[in-house]
Design a protein around this ligand. Structure first.
Ligand code: SF4
Length: 235
């Protein structure tokens, strides 16, 4: 019987999940353990904070949120207040004229649909159902949904902010025609549940510190070896 010879294995293309695992392994030493940025917020607080923080840096949205909570006794008071008072409370967060009615409409809808402001029941729902429930609130898009479910309820929903989107695109994880809203599902599908929080946190930090929007520091980047957008060193 002739001996069969085994053809040399072709080098397998890395699966998206393998690529993500490698990216996380390279970023983890730089950015340390990934923890929820607002672990003390319940889901309703995270919902309000995320609406308030849209298009605003943390150093403005955090004090604006604190002022809102100090100025009103509870969520009912915020929902029922004249909108001008909410605008005044959150003005440091920017776009207050837009965000104040959004916050009130979202809170009123939560109250109408649940009878209160406890969203912890979402954690007991299948992830797609929890997402769909939140998406029906006025002014709530996929990033806000991801923040509420991931940060407040520990569910593996990925929020994609401007840094996550830019770095993921430069790394070739999403194509140039995938917009930010669509990127949520595309990227989340590449991640194991335990990878969602570190992926979000590490790509934000990497986007702020190294893979900057204007002048990415590719020479200092631990991902440069495999990054298709790596830029040559400046001379
Ligand atoms: S090599 Fe450059 S473009 Fe690629 S991730 Fe690093 S900093 Fe960003």
């Amino acid at each position: 019987m002739p001996r069969t010879t085994r053809a040399p294995a072709a080098a397998a293309a890395p699966s998206p999940r393998w690529a993500v695992a490698d990216i996380l392994d390279r970023l983890a030493p730089a950015y340390g353990p990934a923890t929820s940025p607002r672990a003390t917020y319940d889901a309703t607080a995270e919902l309000v904070y995320t609406i308030l923080s849209q298009n605003t840096a943390d150093f403005n949205s955090i004090p604006a949120y604190a002022r809102l909570r100090e100025a009103f006794a509870d969520w009912d008071a915020i929902a029922a207040a004249p909108t001008a008072q909410i605008v005044d409370a959150i003005k440091q967060g920017g776009l207050a004229q837009v965000k104040a009615p959004r916050i009130q409409q979202a809170l009123r809808e939560v109250k109408r649909r649940t009878g209160g402001y406890d969203l912890s029941f979402l954690a007991r729902m299948p992830l797609p159902d929890a997402k769909a429930w939140l998406r029906q609130l006025p002014g709530v898009g996929p990033k806000t949904v991801g923040c509420v479910l991931l940060f407040a309820l520990g569910m593996p929903a990925l929020p994609v902010d401007t840094h996550v989107y830019r770095v993921a695109q430069r790394l070739g994880l999403i194509g140039p025609k995938v917009n930010a809203d669509a990127s949520h599902d595309v990227l989340e599908a590449m991640l194991a549940p335990r990878q969602v929080l570190p992926f979000h946190m590490y790509l934000i930090q990497h986007g702020r510190i190294v893979c900057k929007a204007q002048r990415p520091r590719c020479g200092d980047c631990v991902l440069a070896q495999r990054c298709p957008s790596r830029q040559p060193a400046q001379t």
